[in-house]
Design a protein around this ligand. Sequence first.
Ligand SMILES: NC(=O)c1ccc[n+]([C@@H]2O[C@H](COP(=O)([O-])OP(=O)(O)OC[C@H]3O[C@@H](n4cnc5c(N)ncnc54)[C@H](O)[C@@H]3O)[C@@H](O)[C@H]2O)c1
Length: 260
Amino acid sequence: MSGSRAIQTEPVRSLSGLAVITGAAKGIGLGIAEVVAERGMRVVLVDTDATAGEAAAERLRSSGLRVEFAATDVCDIDAFADLLQALDTHDPLEVLVNNAGILRSTPLIEVMPDEFDAIVDVNLRAAFFALQAAARLMLPRERGAIVNISSTTAFQPATILPQSVYSTSKAGLKMLTTAAARELAPHGIRVTGVAPSTIDTPMVRDQATDEQLRAHVAAKVPIGRLGTPRDIGEAVAYLVSDAGSYVLGHTMVVDGGKLT
Ligand SMILES: NC(=O)c1ccc[n+]([C@@H]2O[C@H](COP(=O)([O-])OP(=O)(O)OC[C@H]3O[C@@H](n4cnc5c(N)ncnc54)[C@H](O)[C@@H]3O)[C@@H](O)[C@H]2O)c1
C-alpha cells in the first residue's frame, strides 16, 4: 500500500422521507429535528407545548428546512396513533423518535403513586404504544427506523439528584429497544436507542443550578462540557441512516465519557 494515498473521508450521508419526533418543541427533540431535517428529511415536531413548537417549526422553516408542528400529547395513545396514520397517508413514515420525556426529582421514600404513574406514562407507556403504532405502519413496507431516547440513568443511577422512578422508566425503555428490535428486525424495521447524559436543555436547567452543573461537569464528565441537543441529533441521524443499518437493539451512550 502506498503511504501517499489521500485519506478518504465519508461524505455526510443524506436522509430522506418523513420523520416524526416527539417532545421536539425544545431541548433534545429540537436538536434531533434540526439535524435530521438538515440531512434531508421532512420532519414533524410533536409536542404539548404549541407555542414553543410552532415557533421552533417556523424558525427551522425560515432556514429552508421542511418542518411542521403537530400539537399532540403522546400519552393520548389513540390521538398519537391517529396523527401517525394521517401523516403516513401522504408521506410514508420512515423514522419515529420517541424523545418526549419528563423528569421529577423526588427522594424514593417520598414518591407517591401519582408521580410514579405520570413519569412512567410519558417515558415508557406512551413510547411503547408510539413504537407499536409506527411499526404497524412500517410493517407492510418492511422499512423504517425507530429510536428511543433513554438515558445514562438506565445504566447507572443519576448522581446529581434522586431520580429512582425516572431511571427505572429509562431502563424499561432501553429493554423495550432490545425487545422490539428482536421482534421487528425480520420485518425490516430497525429499533435502536440513545442514552444521553447531561445535555444542556430546559429539563436540566429546571432541575440544577449553574453551580451544580459546573461542579457536575468538573467531577463527572471527562470531556469537560455539557452535551448539546445537536450531539444527540448527530447520533440519531447516524442510527437512522443506511450507515447505521447493521446496528439494532443497541442503546448508544452519548455522554462525554461520563460512564467510562
Ligand atoms: N437533558 C438531559 O440531560 C437528558 C439526559 C438523558 C435523557 N434525556 C431525555 O431526553 C428527552 C428530552 O429531554 P430534554 O432535556 O430535551 O427535555 P425538555 O423538558 O427540555 O423537553 C422535553 C419536551 O417534551 C415535551 N413533552 C413532555 N411531555 C410530553 C407529552 N406527554 N407529549 C408530548 N410532548 C411532551 C415537553 O413539552 C418539552 O418540549 C427526554 O426523554 C429525557 O428524559 C435528557
